[in-house]
Ligand binder design. Structure first.
Ligand code: NIG
Ligand code: FE
Length: 420
C-alpha cells in the first residue's frame, strides 16, 4: 500500500476558496489536504489522485460542511486596561464621542487605566477577548498599541499582543499607534509629543522587534495631516508599512496621504471623497470598513461603498475591537453588519474578512484556500458561505486549524499568568 502523502485530508466539504477575483469561489463536494502546515491539495473530491484513505494519515468526512480560510481581523485595539461602559450611558444621554473626548474621557480615560495596569494584568484582560475572536473563526489578528502614549506603556501593550499570539497559536500583527491621542501631560506641547513618538518611541520599539506597521488617528480630535506625515516619513526610513484611521468623523485628507505613502490601508472612511478613492485605487491601498464603530456611535453617514466598488478599491472589514467606539468581539458579526448597515453583499463581506483582510495586513500567504497557502482554516456549522454573515450571533465555528493543526478553544482550567 502507498504511504500517505499528506498529514490531513478533509472530504465532503463545501469549500469557499476566495481564490478567484470576485466571488466566494465555492467548490461543492470538495476536498482539501494539509501538509507541513500548508494547503497541499484543494479541489473536487472526484479529482483526488487516489482513494482518499491512502492519501493522508488522517481523513475526515464533513457531510457538506462549509470550510473557509481562517478569518482575519485586520484592525483591533484588543489590548487595553478597564472598559468604558459608562460612556455608553453618556452617549445615549446625548453626548457625542467628541464631547466625551474633549471633556477628558474617551481614549485618554483608557490611557489612564492602561498605564496603571501591569503587563500581567493587561494580558489577563486581553486573553478572553482574543479567545472569543478565535472561537468565532479568527486565526490572524492585528493588535494596535495607542493606550500607553509613553514608551514603557506602549511597549507593554505590544509585548502583550505578541504574547497572545504565542499563547493561542495565532498570528498577531502588531501596529504602533503612538499618535492615537495627545496625552494630557503634553496638552500645551503638541510638537514635543509628536517628536517623542517619531524620534524616540517608534525607533526604539521597532528596534525591539515589536512593530509590524505604523498607524495614527488623523482627525480633529486626533492628529493633523502634517503631524501624520512626520510619522509616516519616519516609518518609511525604518522600512515599516503605514496605515491610517482616516476620515472617520471628518474629512482631513488622511486617505490620500496614506495612499501617497503606498500604505496598506485607510480605515473607517465615512467621510471619504472620490479623489481620495481614486488615489487609494492607484496606490493599491485597502479600504477597511468598521461597522462596529459606526453602529456604536450611531453614525448616519455611510462610507462610500459604491465609489470604492467603481474604482476597484479592495474592501476589508474588521471589528475595531476597542473599549470606546466598538466593543465588538465577533468578526462574523462585523461582516454581517457590513451587509446590513453598509450594503455590502455577503460575498463582498466575506472577501473582506479573508482575502482582502490579508492584503490589508500585507500577508500574501493566507486568506484563500489555494495550494501553498498556510493551512489556517475553519470548518463551520453551515453549508452556504452567506450563512456566516446571515446568522446574527451564535457559535458556528466547529473546528479550527492553524498551520494544519487543530486548535483547542477551551479555556484552560488554570489561567496562564506569565507574561514572559
Ligand atoms: O478606531 N478612532 C480612534 N480610535 C478608535 C477608538 C478608540 C477609543 O475610543 O478608545 C477607533 O474607533
Ligand atoms: Fe480603530
Amino acid at each position: 500500500m502507498n504511504q500517505p502523502r499528506w498529514d490531513r485530508l478533509l472530504l465532503n466539504a463545501t469549500l469557499a476558496t476566495f481564490a478567484d477575483a470576485r466571488s466566494c469561489g465555492v467548490i461543492e463536494q470538495g476536498a482539501i489536504a494539509m501538509h507541513h502546515g500548508r494547503i497541499a491539495w484543494v479541489g473536487r473530491m472526484g479529482d483526488l489522485p487516489a482513494a482518499p484513505a491512502t492519501l493522508a494519515a488522517s481523513v475526515l468526512s464533513l457531510d457538506g460542511a462549509l470550510v473557509t480560510p481562517g478569518l482575519i481581523d485586520c484592525h483591533t485595539h484588543l489590548v487595553f486596561g478597564g472598559h468604558r461602559a459608562s460612556e455608553f450611558d453618556q452617549r445615549l444621554n446625548g453626548a457625542s464621542y467628541e464631547d466625551i473626548a474633549r471633556a477628558g474621557g474617551g481614549i485618554v480615560a483608557t490611557v489612564q487605566s492602561t498605564r496603571a495596569a501591569s503587563e500581567e494584568a493587561l494580558y489577563a484582560q486581553a486573553l478572553p477577548r482574543a479567545r472569543m475572536l478565535l472561537a468565532d473563526g479568527v486565526t490572524t489578528m492585528e493588535i494596535k498599541s495607542g493606550y500607553g502614549l509613553e514608551l514603557d506603556s506602549e511597549r507593554r501593550m505590544l509585548r502583550v499582543a505578541r504574547h497572545l499570539g504565542r499563547e493561542l497559536g495565532l498570528t498577531v500583527q502588531t501596529t504602533f499607534l503612538g499618535l492615537h491621542a495627545l496625552p494630557p501631560e503634553y496638552r500645551d506641547r503638541r510638537d514635543d509629543y509628536v517628536s517623542l513618538v517619531c524620534d524616540e518611541m517608534l525607533p526604539t520599539l521597532a528596534g525591539e522587534g515589536l512593530v509590524d506597521a505604523v498607524d495614527a488617528f488623523c482627525e480633529g480630535i486626533g492628529f493633523s495631516r502634517e503631524e501624520t506625515r512626520r510619522l509616516f516619513d519616519r516609518a518609511r526610513q525604518l522600512g515599516l508599512p503605514v496605515k491610517l484611521h482616516a476620515e472617520q468623523l471628518s474629512d482631513q485628507g488622511g486617505a490620500a496621504l496614506v495612499a501617497e505613502y503606498g500604505g496598506l490601508s485607510a480605515d473607517h472612511l465615512e467621510h471619504l471623497t472620490e479623489p481620495a478613492v481614486a488615489a487609494m485605487a492607484a496606490a493599491g491601498t485597502v479600504a477597511v470598513l468598521l461597522p462596529g464603530a459606526f453602529y456604536a456611535l450611531r453614525e448616519t453617514r455611510l462610507p462610500p461603498v459604491e465609489l470604492l466598488r467603481r474604482h476597484g478599491v479592495p474592501m476589508a472589514v474588521a471589528t475595531d475591537c476597542n473599549p470606546g467606539t466598538s466593543p465588538l468581539l465577533s468578526l462574523r458579526l462585523a461582516a454581517g453588519m457590513a451587509c446590513t448597515l453598509f450594503r455590502l453583499m455577503p460575498a463582498e463581506a466575506l472577501r473582506a474578512v479573508t482575502v482582502n483582510a490579508a492584503r490589508a495586513l500585507g500577508l500574501a500567504d493566507r486568506g484563500t484556500l489555494a495550494v501553498g497557502q498556510r493551512a489556517d482554516l475553519v470548518v463551520w456549522d453551515a453549508r452556504q458561505a452567506a450563512e456566516l454573515c446571515y446568522w446574527i450571533g451564535g457559535n458556528l465555528a466547529r473546528r479550527i486549524y492553524v498551520a494544519g493543526q487543530p486548535v483547542s478553544r477551551r479555556k484552560p482550567d488554570r489561567r496562564s499568568s506569565s507574561a514572559a
